[in-house]
Design a protein around this ligand. Structure first.
Ligand code: ARG
Length: 459
C-alpha cells in the first residue's frame, strides 16, 4: 500500500530495504516532546490567524496532549512505515481527532518542523550543560577553598617546576569550565531563532504569524531567511564544538586524577562511590570513572567530525542527508552530560592528601627559581647569572642526592660567596607560594580572591 501522507502520486509502497534506510523513528522518537510542543504552537497560530477554525485547532491541541501522554506512558506504538516522529505523531493524531488533524500541516513542512524540533532539543541540552557545568564549578570551588594554602608541585613537561597551591590548581579548572559555560550561553543566544513557518524552503502564502510561534516556543525571534532556516545545522555543530572543548577539559582533568590517585603519587584518594575494584587483585581501587571520562571525548569529537562531513557538501536547501544529524548529537550530548555529572561526583567526594602533596612539593628542586630570584633581588645579580649560579647549586645537590634546602651554607658559599642564611627562607615551599602574589598567581591570598569572585559570579 502506498504512503498515507503522500500516497497520492504513488502506486506502490516502499521496498523493505528502502524503509530500513529511510526510517528515522528508532532514534528521532527522542524529539517527541519538542515535536508536540511545536505542533501545538503551530495549531494555536493557525487558529489565531484564521487559517483554521478555532474548534479544529483546539481539537488538535488537545489531541496532541493525548499523543504526548501515550508516548510518555509507553503505550504509543511507533511505526517504521511512518518513517519519523513527525509522521508518527500526525498519524496518531488523526486516529484521535479525525479529519481535522489533516489541517495541522497547513503552512508547514517537515523541513521547518524538524529544524524547529531539533533546535528545541539542542537548546534543552545546552540548559542541562549549563547546570552540569555550574555544579562542577561549585564542587571545584569547595576543593579550592579547603586547600587554598595547601602546597603541591606544579609541573611543566610533567617534571617538577615550581610549587603551587592545591587551590590554584583547582581554580585553573574553574577557569576552563567557566569558559565552557560562557560558550554554552553564547551558543544558546545565537541559535535561539525559530525556523517554524519557513515551510519546505520558500516560506508560505498563508498569512501565518511567525512571531507568535517563535514566542510560544521561547525563541527570541523567527529566522530571517527560509532557505537558511531549513538548511542550517550550525546550531548542532556549535553544540558539538562547545561539547568537544568541554570534554577535552574533562579529559585533561580526568588524566590528572588517574595519575594523582596512583600509589606513586597518592595526591588524592577517590571515594569508594567513584572507584571500582579488581576481580583478581584484592588491593585494587581503580579510577574507572576518570578513565571513562578521559575516553568519552573520542565519541564527542567523532560526532563533530561526522556532522561536519555530512553538511559540508550539501546544496541548499534540505537534503535527506540531514537526517543523519541526530544520532551523533544525541550520543555526544548524553555522554558529555554524563561525564560532567561523573566528574562533579568524583570532585565532590575526593580527598586531597595534604601530606603527600606537600611532601612532593619540596622535591625535584622546585624552589630553584625562588633561589635565583633571591640572588637577583638581594644580591643584584642579573637574572641570567643568577640562573647559572642556581643551576650549579642544583647540580651539587643532585650529585649529593639531596634537595636544595639540605645543602649547607658552606656548600652554597662555595658556589657564590654572597649567599647567607637568609636564603633558606626562600627555599621553603610555603614561602615560595606565598611570594607569588602577582594577579592570577598561586599565592593563597590570590587564590582566595578568585574563589570569592567566582562565588559571586555563580550567585
Ligand atoms: N526525518 C526527517 C529528518 O530527520 C524529517 C524531514 C524530512 N523532510 C523531507 N523533505 N524528507 O530530516
Amino acid at each position: 500500500t502506498s504512503n498515507q501522507m503522500w500516497g497520492g502520486r504513488f502506486a506502490a509502497g516502499p521496498d523493505a530495504i528502502m524503509e530500513a534506510i529511510n526510517a528515522s523513528i528508532d532514534f528521532d522518537k527522542r524529539l517527541a516532546a519538542q515535536d508536540i510542543a511545536g505542533s501545538r504552537a503551530h495549531a494555536a497560530m493557525l487558529a489565531a490567524t484564521g487559517i483554521v477554525e478555532a474548534s479544529d485547532a483546539e481539537a488538535m491541541r488537545e489531541g496532541l496532549l493525548t499523543v504526548l501522554s501515550e508516548i510518555e506512558g509507553g503505550s504509543f506504538e511507533f511505526s517504521a512505515a511512518l518513517e519519523d516522529i513527525h509522521m508518527n505523531v500526525e498519524a496518531r493524531l488523526k486516529e484521535i481527532v479525525g479529519p481535522a488533524a489533516g489541517r495541522l500541516h497547513t503552512a508547514r513542512s517537515r523541513n521547518d518542523q524538524v529544524a524547529t524540533d531539533f533546535k528545541l532539543w539542542v537548546r534543552d541540552q545546552l540548559d542541562a550543560a549549563d547546570q552540569g557545568l555550574t555544579a562542577l564549578i561549585a564542587a571545584l570551588l569547595d576543593q579550592a577553598e579547603a586547600g587554598a594554602d595547601w602546597v603541591m608541585p606544579g609541573f611543566t613537561h610533567l617534571q617538577t617546576a615550581q610549587p603551587v597551591t592545591w587551590g590554584h590548581h583547582m581554580m585553573a579548572y574553574v577557569e576552563m569550565f567557566g569558559r565552557d559555560l560562557s560558550r554554552v550561553r553564547d551558543a544558546r543566544k545565537r541559535m535561539n531563532e525559530c525556523p517554524l513557518g519557513s515551510a519546505a524552503l520558500a516560506g508560505t502564502g498563508f498569512p501565518i504569524d511567525r512571531d507568535m510561534t517563535a514566542a510560544a516556543l521561547g525563541f527570541d525571534r523567527p529566522t530571517a531567511n527560509s532557505l537558511d532556516a531549513v538548511s542550517d545545522r550550525d546550531f548542532a555543530l556549535e553544540f558539538l564544538s562547545v561539547a568537544s572543548i568541554s570534554a577535552m577539559h574533562l579529559s585533561r582533568f580526568a588524566e590528572e586524577l588517574v595519575i594523582w590517585s596512583s600509589a606513586q603519587f597518592r595526591f588524592v584518594a577517590l571515594s569508594d562511590r567513584f572507584s571500582t575494584g579488581s576481580s583478581i587483585m584484592p588491593q585494587k581501587k581503580n579510577p574507572d570513572a576518570a578513565e571513562l571520562i578521559r575516553a568519552k571525548i573520542g565519541r564527542i569529537f567523532g560526532a563533530q567530525v561526522a556532522l561536519m562531513t555530512v553538511m559540508k557538501g550539501l546544496p541548499l536547501a534540505y537534503s535527506k542527508d540531514m537526517q543523519e544529524d541526530k544520532e551523533q548529537v544525541f550520543d555526544a550530548a548524553d555522554n558529555w552530560l554524563l561525564a560532567l555529572a561523573a566528574m562533579t561526583g568524583m570532585v565532590g567526594d575526593m580527598t586531597a592528601n595534604r601530606d603527600a602533596l606537600e611532601g612532593a612539593a619540596g622535591h625535584g628542586f622546585s624552589t630553584a627559581t625562588d633561589l635565583a630570584d633571591w640572588l637577583v633581588r638581594e644580591r643584584n645579580l642579573p637574572f641570567r647569572e643568577a640562573h647559572h649560579v642556581t643551576g650549579s647549586l642544583v647540580a651539587k645537590a643532585e650529585a649529593r642526592g639531596c634537595d636544595l634546602p639540605d645543602l649547607t651554607l658552606e656548600d652554597m658559599k662555595e658556589v657564590h660567596e654572597g649567599i647567607d642564611t637568609s636564603v633558606f627562607d626562600v627555599l621553603g615551599v610555603h614561602n615560595s607560594v606565598a611570594s607569588r602574589t602577582s594577579y592570577g598567581g598561586t599565592a593563597p591570598v590570590r587564590v582566595r580572591e578568585q574563589v570569592a569572585r567566582w562565588k559571586e559570579v555563580l550567585g
